[in-house]
Design a protein. Structure first.
Length: 177
């Protein structure tokens, strides 16, 4: 299982590498950790990590997939960013969940419609591509004015999480009427 965890504005990819009873081997970024976790009560856990013992309380926050983690000497908020939350974020935005004009798939799915091709000029809010996942369709829209550089997918193609869908170069030219 792989999750992205956002802790106090820092994101890390966490993968479960191995599980033996209560002992998990997790990769966090480039590092491996062996963690012994025991659930003490509904919201309380006992953790043994690197020879140190921690008792933590994990409480659901008001937002979905957000948790408040409390321990004796520290507390922080954790957001779980999984395929479902990426997809929901995209549905709420009705636009690209991307940075720098690069649009990627928030989760595995199928390309239903491609509206643009390389060289096309696009305007903010213009539909670019439609992806179907979890029995719902999401339309990705241009966030800025630009020129489509690349569309490495075709209609009907199955895509993976984080797969590149569209790249747009900023259009620096100004049109004067």
């Amino acid at each position: 299982m792989e999750l992205e965890l956002k802790i106090n504005n820092r994101s890390e990819i966490v993968k479960e590498v191995k599980r033996e009873g209560n002992v998990l081997t997790l990769s966090v970024g480039e590092k491996l950790y062996k963690v012994d976790i025991v659930k003490v009560s509904n919201e309380e856990f006992s953790i043994l990590l690197n020879g140190k013992s921690f008792n933590i309380e994990v409480i659901e926050a008001s937002k979905p997939k957000h948790y408040n983690v409390n321990a004796l000497y520290f507390k922080f908020e954790v957001e779980v960013i999984d395929n479902e939350s990426r997809y929901r974020q995209n549905r709420m935005q009705s636009g690209p969940i991307s940075n720098d004009n690069t649009i990627r798939s928030p989760m595995p799915g199928k390309v239903v419609k491609v509206y643009v091709k390389p060289g096309d000029r696009v305007e903010p809010g213009q539909p670019l591509i439609v992806l179907s996942a979890m029995k719902m369709e999401s339309e990705f829209k241009a966030g800025n004015r630009g020129i489509v550089r690349e569309v490495p997918v075709i209609e009907g193609e199955t895509v993976d999480t984080n797969q590149l869908l569209v790249i747009i170069d900023e259009d620096e030219t100004l049109e004067v009427d």
